[in-house]
Design a protein around this ligand. Structure first.
Ligand code: G3P
Ligand code: CA
Length: 263
């Protein structure tokens, strides 16, 4: 590792399939998660919302417009599971995926092999935490197989409080001020939020200007894991591997694994 940092696990970084193997398969469908396991991903990442009738479903956007190919525009949190299940979320990607449905959390969890893990990205607010806890109790998975990731600080705090047996990463992206050129949030503010929420990891947007060896060292010095999304470029993946990231999230798990695996 050129920059002298190593993953906190002391092992090679995990390859995380972003919304499943979503470069080839329709994101957040069972087809996409199954393709990810076939590509030998260590982890699958999926996005989850609470429906109007208390189910937990896997979809990225707040509504179904994009992944239904414009055929249905239902707001997830205002719809029932039955209404959402009637929608085809495969055809927009390719005709061979016709009939793919929005999966429930339970269905996604059932795809996880014995040595596989899931990053559950929580897209709803704190109201999802209790139903999530109940759903996970019924699942036949080990605590370390389930990791929460979330942009919402309050949700991260509640996950750590109510389900401390599962790791939880706080996610952040960055914005640059046009006048000053400064990026926010600053490293100082990132560390502060991580400590405040009790997050076990940072899930950082891939930003080669912000994420420097010094940045990584500061996170590590706070005892916090470093994860990055979404990296589809092999050279960029090598950079984050050399920076010692614990995981790399990608739409192309097999290709990125090959890029970071030394002969
Ligand atoms: O892994 C985190 C990443 O998935 C967050 O962004 O928009 O793809 O959910 P988004
Ligand atoms: Ca996500």
């Amino acid at each position: 590792a050129a920059f002298g940092c190593f993953p906190s696990t002391g092992q090679a970084q995990m390859i995380v399939a972003h919304r499943g193997a979503s470069f080839v398969a329709p994101e957040n469908t069972l087809a996409s998660f199954q393709e990810a396991w076939q590509q030998d991903a260590d982890v699958v990442e999926g996005d989850f919302y609470l429906t109007k009738d208390g189910a937990i479903v896997c979809i990225h956007d707040k509504n179904t417009e994009r992944t239904s190919g414009g055929t249905a525009k239902l707001k997830i949190e205002d719809s029932t599971l039955e209404e959402l299940r009637a929608i085809d979320v495969g055809t927009w990607k390719a005709p061979k995926y016709a009939g793919q449905k929005i999966p429930t959390l339970e269905e996604v969890l059932a795809t996880i092999p014995e040595n596989g893990k899931i990053f559950i990205e929580i897209k709803s607010g704190p109201e999802i935490v209790e139903p999530l806890q109940a759903a996970l109790k019924k699942a036949n998975l080990k605590d370390e197989q389930v990791i929460f990731i979330c942009f919402n600080e309050e949700v991260v705090s509640q996950c750590r409080e109510k389900m401390p047996q599962h790791k939880a990463s706080w996610l952040t992206s960055y914005k640059q001020n046009k006048l000053s050129g400064k990026w926010s949030p600053s490293l100082e503010s990132v560390v502060k939020t991580l400590k405040k929420t009790g997050a076990t990891g940072l899930g950082t947007q891939a930003n080669d200007t912000v994420v420097t060896p010094e940045f990584v060292k500061a996170i590590r010095d706070a005892g916090i894991e470093c994860h990055v999304w979404t990296v589809n470029d092999p050279q960029q993946a090598q950079r984050y591997a050399e920076l010692g990231f614990d995981s790399i999230t990608t739409d192309k798990p097999a290709e990125i694994r090959a890029a970071v695996t030394s002969e």
